[in-house]
Design a protein around this ligand. Structure first.
Ligand SMILES: Nc1ncnc2c1ncn2[C@@H]1O[C@H](COP(=O)(O)OP(=O)(O)OP(=O)(O)O)[C@@H](O)[C@H]1O
Ligand SMILES: [Mg+2]
Length: 278
């Protein structure tokens, strides 16, 4: 199946300012000029448009520039060429309207789970009582209502990632960037956290750009899956995922559409992953 032929219809954004919730890359290329080792072309002429409330997953070989592109959306990398726009405006530094979650939990070990989740709200000037209530609510949502006062070392890896997820959600970012957020989890915990996140996302429908090496995860979560070639990364495939929602990570595994999509994405990825022999 070549899903690239499918048309994308703009979401109904009536009443919302134009561009709010969108993430766009226009002809973005990026070369790292690291001293001593010469330039590395990470990304080549990549164009992508993510609609408000859309869940897009990006898959591709290691080193093809996925993190670089997320960093460009987050304002952490200024692309050497092309343009990135978030909420309809060119990215100029880090935006408070964008949440970013990594594979590493990045929790502050001296802070409790509650204080980690409340941190972003504190930075935004929310009063203590209100931010603690909000943070506790999000921790409950990810199943950690009994662990508000535990510190990082007192939490399992799965729990730490759940705290990181609650921290990302707590500031209600309109756009959520996720870089292999569940990669460090064991298979069972991964299924549980995927389901929790899906449930939350289905209620709030934030724009999500999600990087993963796990095709099954991409199909479970996303509306659209983008496949990148080996470095320098460029988009070589785009697959629309018509699986109905709400979805459940564990229930989907036996679905025929799911299996077909997994096969198609996997073939596309393999065809563009291997190093060409000249
Ligand atoms: N700060 C940097 N300085 C120099 N080169 C870099 C830097 N960050 C990334 N690169 C290079 O850019 C290329 C793309 O890196 P990037 O982290 O975006 O890949 P990725 O697709 O996220 O890979 P992975 O799946 O392994 O996380 C790699 O070749 C990497 O070596
Ligand atoms: Mg990466």
């Amino acid at each position: 199946m070549n899903a690239q032929a499918e048309m994308h219809h703009p979401a109904n954004t009536e009443g919302i300012s134009p561009g709010v919730g969108t993430v766009q890359a226009r002809d973005v290329s990026h070369t790292f000029e690291a001293s001593g080792i010469g330039p590395t072309i990470a990304l080549s002429k990549t164009s992508l448009e993510v609609r408000p409330g859309e869940f897009v997953a990006m898959v591709g070989p290691s080193g093809c520039g996925k993190t670089t592109l997320l960093n460009a959306f987050a304002g952490l990398v200024i692309p050497s060429d092309g343009e990135v726009l978030v909420n309809g405006s060119p990215v100029a530094g880090i935006s408070l309207d964008v949440g970013y979650m990594f594979a590493r939990d990045g929790l502050m070990p001296w802070r409790t789970a509650l204080d980690n989740v409340a941190f972003g709200l504190e930075v935004r000037g929310m009063a203590k009582g209100e931010r603690d209530d909000t943070a506790a609510g999000y921790l409950q949502l990810v199943g950690l209502g009994d662990f508000l006062h535990h510190r990082r070392q007192e939490l399992s890896q799965g729990m730490r990632q759940r705290v990181a997820l609650a921290r990302t959600l707590a500031t209600s970012p309109r756009i959520i960037l996720m870089d292999e957020p569940f990669a460090a989890l064991d298979a069972q915990t991964k299924l549980e956290v995927q389901d929790e996140f899906l449930k939350i996302w289905e209620q709030h429908k934030r724009t999500v750009v999600f990087v993963t090496h796990d095709i099954v995860e991409a199909i479970t979560m996303a509306d659209r899956i983008i496949v990148f070639s080996r470095r320098p990364g460029r988009i070589v495939g785009e697959f629309i995922n018509h699986l109905p929602r709400p979805r459940s990570a564990s229930a989907l595994r036996h679905d025929q559409t799911f299996e077909q999509l997994r096969h198609d994405i996997s073939s596309c990825l393999t065809a563009h992953s291997t190093v060409q022999k000249t």
